[in-house]
Ligand binder design. Structure first.
Ligand code: KMH
Ligand code: ZN
Length: 272
């Protein structure tokens, strides 16, 4: 089995300080959290930017500051969000890709998202892909439901993409596919054999599906974007605490952790 790539999804667009007092918001806070997670075993950080008042933004300059501050502290792989927040325009969402980060997420379809609708028109998704290809950014395909993996497979068939591809199964969003082992197993079975995958279980599914992914040879995403609790009724102290736990479980199961350098090689990224 490959060494385990842990992604730390540090901030997200929806979680508030009221829900999680340790949520990193400013570029400096996000960079400090990234470095703590890297020390705890993460090899990718998934980044969202916030304004000073805590509201989500896709502002290019804010992402630039975050990436610069992360780079001053550690060599973790930087992955920006192009999901942003519900209701943002495609142009807004694409802004951080023009910084040519190593990776960016690409959501592969429209999904109900709690009480909202997370819109991803096929034409916009293709334009996101082209922008990533132009800027040399590796996409991580965000899969919230079954039709979305069919779309990635269709793109492969049409030659829009060159493999090997890397996907993230985001399971347990209210409106998307359930955060259950059955759902994860079904999704993994739809992938081409050379693809790599990670799982972002929402809420309590972060721990259960992360542990299952370690056993199945997948990779794991943890962090406040997807889950603010350490266990039921107990908030996590930091993003790094969640990374440390999954790192510990992986070592117990005899699966070593990928360093950022090893993760770059596994994902076909250039060395830093
Ligand atoms: N905030 C969600 C609506 C991504 O980062 O690519 C979308 C999201 C996905 O967070
Ligand atoms: Zn995100």
């Amino acid at each position: 089995m490959q060494p385990l790539i842990i992604t730390a999804a540090l901030t997200g667009a929806e979680v508030t300080r009221e829900q999680q007092p340790a949520l990193p918001i400013s570029p400096l806070e996000i960079a400090i959290a990234a470095a703590e997670c890297a020390r705890a075993g993460a090899s990718i950080v998934h980044l969202h930017a916030r304004k000073a008042d805590g509201s989500p933004t896709q502002d290019r300059e804010t992402y630039r500051q975050i990436i610069e501050a992360v780079r001053e502290r550690c060599d973790v792989i930087v992955q920006v969000s192009t999901g942003g927040a519900v209701g943002m325009t495609p142009a807004e969402r694409l802004a951080p890709v023009t910084l040519a980060p190593e990776m960016a997420t690409l959501s592969m379809g429209t999904v109900n998202f709690g009480d909202d609708v997370f819109m991803n028109h096929p034409a916009d998704m293709e334009s996101f892909l082209r922008a990533m290809q132009e800027h040399g950014v590796k996409p991580e395909f965000e899969i919230f439901d079954t039709g979305m993996i069919s779309t990635v497979n269709r793109w492969l068939k049409k030659g829009l993409l060159q493999g090997p591809l890397h996907v993230d199964f985001v399971l347990g969003i209210p409106g998307g596919m359930a955060g259950t082992p059955q759902a994860l197993l079904y999704m993994v079975a739809q992938l081409p054999p050379d693809a790599s995958w990670t799982v972002a279980g929402i809420g309590g599914a972060q721990l259960t599906l992360g542990t299952l992914a370690i056993l199945l040879g997948g990779h794991v995403r943890v962090g406040f974007e997807d889950n603010v609790y350490y266990r039921k009724g107990e908030l996590a102290a930091s993003n790094a605490q969640l990374v440390s736990r999954i790192a510990r479980i992986s070592r117990e199961l005899n699966r070593p952790l990928a360093t950022p350098c090893e993760a770059r090689a596994l994902l076909g990224l250039r060395p830093l």
